[in-house]
Ligand binder design. Structure first.
Ligand code: SF4
Length: 101
């Protein structure tokens, strides 16, 4: 996790959007993200966040979310909302937070 990603995560959770201890979220990120399974849209966790693997929101998807931890060259990556799993770079959920420009 880069310093920029860490700052974005702290900014997001500091806003009180989700009340989950930051240390718990960061510790749940997998060491080898490429080995983690993809989030199942039909799972309870995904439905709670209204996650969809392909966003239907214009200009809003996981790759443009401050919480997305994936590499820009990958089509999926970790998100702290779904520990030990990967979200699609083209996905979206209702916790979407735009990356500061
Ligand atoms: S849009 Fe939702 S699932 Fe995608 S990276 Fe952001 S918080 Fe995670």
């Amino acid at each position: 996790m880069t310093d920029k990603q860490r700052r974005q995560l702290i900014t997001f959770f500091g806003a009180g959007t989700v009340a989950i201890p930051l240390s718990a979220l960061v510790s749940t990120l997998p060491a080898h993200a490429e080995e983690a399974p993809m989030v199942d849209e039909l799972s309870m966790g995904a439905r709670n966040w209204e996650y969809m693997a392909v966003s239907d929101k214009l200009e809003k998807n996981c790759s443009k979310c401050a919480l997305y931890q994936g590499d820009v060259h990958e089509d999926a990556g970790p998100c702290p909302l779904f520990p030990h799993m990967r979200v699609s770079a083209d996905g979206w959920c209702n916790a979407f937070s735009p990356t500061p420009s």
